[in-house]
Design a protein around this ligand. Structure first.
Ligand code: FAD
Length: 336
């Protein structure tokens, strides 16, 4: 459950904290809107954070080239000027619109009230790719982690890190010297991570094993060890560890959005030139929306976010102009 007051009514709730949602949150702040941003991940940035943080992007206006993670950091700084409320690690599962406003529910059991909604849900809610080996579910968040939220709890612990992508290598490097011992395994000898990180992990002497997989996690009240196996020889190994970090990438799922009575075209939400969906007060922008001529790009998502938020502002407060004027000439409206 989050700590947001359940009686609070937001002017706009942005479902999805990818680049489109982040820029929309900035714009909503600029327009003085009381803003809530919700994302199923524990971090902002959407696809940029989940799928390609270390890749350069070359087609964002004003940046000849920029790492995806650096663009997310800049968007975060820009939006946080206005202190929007964040509900991260929360997945929206239900949306109901009535004459008195819009209510949304999250999988985590929270309900939020809002005057308007902007859906910037991209390709759907991201969730970590789960592992089904015995012991994983039993110890989830109690020694088995898909996200490391508290690095301190891993101090001087013996760790197993599973994965061959950037997140797995980054955690091995980040926790080296902090944990007492790190073993990293990956099921093949092909990696999705940066070469530099792979080389560093090998240079600093982390126990790094290719063609190894997790078979079982052991322990009564806490994790005490794991069984690994070599997927070529089927030979099994027992390893004493105190915690396991699983970094096997993310899956996305449009899931519940299809059940909110919104008009769909394939897997996308149909919008008009104001980014309005078929439900009054509900807007969509970015990869999730479609219209004649739609292109799924960060650049187009930014433009759609600005259009959607300015129309939502006028919807929530009909005395407010749609056109925001020029930011270079304005003093930002009230901050929250
Ligand atoms: P997303 O980035 O998909 O973010 C949506 C967010 O909504 C996610 O964080 C998700 O968890 C959240 N969400 C969804 N449903 C829910 C729910 N029910 N509850 C809570 N949260 C929810 N584009 C470019 O312009 N240039 C490039 O160079 C480029 N390179 C790319 C490289 C790769 C490898 C990939 C995969 C994509 C690339 N793209 C590029 C595309 C670009 O990343 C997308 O267009 C962009 O991320 C869309 O942003 P978005 O905010 O609309 O959606």
């Amino acid at each position: 459950m989050s700590e947001i007051n359940p009686d609070e009514v937001f002017d706009i709730t942005i479902i999805g904290g990818g680049p489109t949602g982040q820029y929309a949150a900035y714009y909503a702040g600029l327009r003085g809107m009381k803003t809530l941003v919700i994302d199923s991940l524990d971090q902002l940035g959407g696809q940029l954070t989940a799928l390609y943080p270390e890749k350069y992007i070359f087609d964002v206006a004003g940046f000849p080239k920029v790492y995806a993670k650096d663009l997310v950091a800049a968007l975060t700084e820009q939006m946080m000027q206005y202190n929007p409320t964040l509900a991260l690690y929360h997945k929206v599962v239900n949306l109901v619109s009535t004459d008195s406003g819009i209510t949304i529910d999250t999988e985590q059991g929270d309900t939020y009230h809002t005057k308007s909604i902007l859906i910037t849900a991209g390709v759907g809610a991201f969730a970590p790719r789960r592992v089904t080996a015995p012991g994983v579910e039993k110890f989830e968040d109690k020694g088995v982690f898909y996200f490391v939220k508290d690095k301190n709890s891993l101090r001087d612990k013996r760790l197993l890190i599973v994965g061959g992508g950037d997140s797995a290598f980054d955690w091995s490097l980040n926790l080296h010297g902090h944990a007492s011992k790190i073993t990293q395994i990956h099921r093949s000898d092909r990696f999705k991570a940066h070469e530099d990180s792979i080389n560093k992990v090998q240079e600093i002497g982390i126990d790094f094993r290719t063609f190894h997989e997790l078979k079982e996690i052991h322990g009564e009240d806490q994790v005490t060890g794991v069984t690994l196996f070599d997927n070529r020889t089927k030979e099994e190994f027992h390893l004493e560890v105190d915690a396991v970090i699983l970094n096997l990438g993310f899956l996305s799922n449009l899931g519940p959005i299809k059940e909110w009575n919104l008009e769909l075209l394939g897997n996308s939400l149909k919008v008009n030139s104001r980014m309005e969906t078929n439900i009054p007060g509900v807007y969509a922008a970015g990869d999730i929306c479609t219209y004649d001529g739609k292109l799924k790009l960060i650049a187009t998502g930014f433009g759609e976010a600005a259009i959607a938020v300015n129309h939502a502002k006028h919807y929530v407060d009909p005395t407010a102009k749609v056109n925001p004027g020029h930011s270079s000439e304005s003093v930002p409206e009230k901050k929250h």
